[in-house]
Structures are given as C-alpha cells and as structure tokens.
Design a protein around this ligand. Sequence first.
Ligand SMILES: C[S@@+](CC[C@H](N)C(=O)[O-])C[C@H]1O[C@@H](n2cnc3c(N)ncnc32)[C@H](O)[C@@H]1O
Length: 302
Amino acid sequence: MISQETDPPATLDDVKGWFPKVDQLLFTWFLERQERGGQSGDLVELGSYLGKSAILMGRHRREGETFTVCDLFDSEAPDDSNQAEMKGSYSTLTRQAFEANYRAFHDTLPEIVQGPTSLILDHVQPGTCRFVHVDASHLYEHVHGDIRAARAMLPPEGIVVCDDYRSEHTPGVAAAVWESVAVDGLRPICVTTQKLYGTWGDAAAVQDELLDWLAGRDDAWHETQQVAGRRLVRVKGKSAARSKPNDVKGLKDRLAKSEKRLARAEEGLARARKELESVRNSVSFKIGRSATAVPRALRRDR
Ligand SMILES: C[S@@+](CC[C@H](N)C(=O)[O-])C[C@H]1O[C@@H](n2cnc3c(N)ncnc32)[C@H](O)[C@@H]1O
C-alpha cells in the first residue's frame, strides 16, 4: 500500500479502506446489470472513508445521474458512542484526503454531504436511486435509520448493500440488518464475508441472473442455502492467479507477494536466531558460574 500523504493512488489497491475484491466484482455486476437493463437512478454511499468503494461506484454514474456520498469525515459525530467509534477507527480521516483520492480517478467529485447519515433524506429525494451502499456507523440505532433511509431512496427494484452485517465487532449492524429482513421486507439476494446484498423487490429474479453469471466465473466460489424459507446465495472470492494458471500478470503479482512474505519470514528468522544465541550465551554463562562455585556439601567449613 502506498503512502496516502504523498503519492496519489494509481489503482484501487492503493486506496486504504475496506472493500474486498469479491465485493468489487459484485458491485460491478449489480451496477452493470442495472445499466444493461436500462434501469437509471442515482447512487448513494453512506460512509465513504478514503473513497475505496466510492471510486468504484463513481465509475457507474451515467449522464443525468447523481452520485451522493455522506460521511462525517473530520466533523463531530452526533453522539458519544459514534464519536468513540470515529476516534478509534478513523482518527486521521479528512474530507480533503477523500477528495484527493477521488480526484485521482474522476474529473468531478460526487455530491458530498459532510455530516451524519441521518441528514441524507434532506439531500436525496425518495424513490430516486438505483443503488445504495450502507457502510457508515456501526451502531444499531444509526444503521437501523440508514437502512430505512435506503428503503425510502430506492424504488422496489433498487439494490441495497449493507456492510459488516455479520462481523464479530459489529453486532449492532447485524441486529439492524436482520431486523430489516425479518420485519421490514428486505430480501437478501446474496452474502459475502463482509456484505449483504438485498432488495425490496424481486430477489429471486436477480438471483437467477446472478447464479448464471457465477456459474461461468473461475474467480468466485458460490453455493445456495435456504434461510427462513428463502434462497440465499453465498459468494466467496477465489485467488485469480490460482484459478487462471495462464494469467501472467496474476502469477507475477503472486510471485511478488510470496517474495515479500519470504523476506519478512527471513527477517523474523534472523531475529529469532539472534534471540536464541543471546539466551544460549546467558545460559552457558550461568552454568559456567555455578560449575565453578564449590557445592555446599563439599565446603570445608561445614
Ligand atoms: C467503514 S468506513 C467506510 C469504508 C468505505 N466504504 C471503504 O470502501 O473503504 C465507515 C465510514 O463511516 C463514517 N461514519 C461513521 N459514523 C457516521 C455517521 N454517523 N454519519 C456519517 N458517516 C459516518 C466514518 O467517518 C467512516 O469514513
């Protein structure tokens, strides 16, 4: 990863953030599917950090569509728990850093709402969006509100993606997401390790298309499960290099990564050898001293 302070990012891999490859693949599929199907509408991201997912979403904004991102960036959070979360996880975040990253990939910035996501419906009209990414606060009350806002912004066939729906450190997100499924009519389409993709429209029709597409891919593994009487698709990423033996760039990347890992392992080994040597020296020093000491039992003055 390159230094965010000095070098502008050249690829999405250079942007710090939380946006796994399999989700990059799925965002692209969901957004392109809407474009192929002639579905237009605005794009919204709640929680952008340094722009990793926003940069990819921005590639799909078409003529006449608006892309809005909402993030606190370097502003105060609306409550103490949220402020603690900001301080713990995003203390160095600035709006300027987000903008610099975004501009490295796009000529124009998205619409930026700097403030709590509870403000989003003051800026985005109901039913005007096709895709909403919910990835801001991890607190139940906020995520509950964010998913309700997503429902208001999307027509039934729109897509919502909820981040951290199952992570150990985000039980509030899990509670809000599954509550929306159980109580508020959200229909899950698929899940990855990090995200749940859903709709308030016809999930089965989207799943049929998704399964067709996944069947032809060697960079993603999938299965289907039944959850509370509905089909759910589970998708996991596969290493592209492992799945495409003739992909020279993929193999070179893998080689470079393995070489880095080996160099780190060799450094660790050298440190461990040094430590072992110093322990050996101090042990033989102590043994040497006790060997020259006259055992108590043999002392004359007993
Ligand atoms: C997990 S990060 C987003 C990651 C990003 N989507 C990516 O691809 O790397 C969460 C973001 O939500 C923002 N955030 C946290 N609480 C918020 C709130 N109440 N309103 C708006 N933004 C919030 C944080 O500033 C942070 O940038």
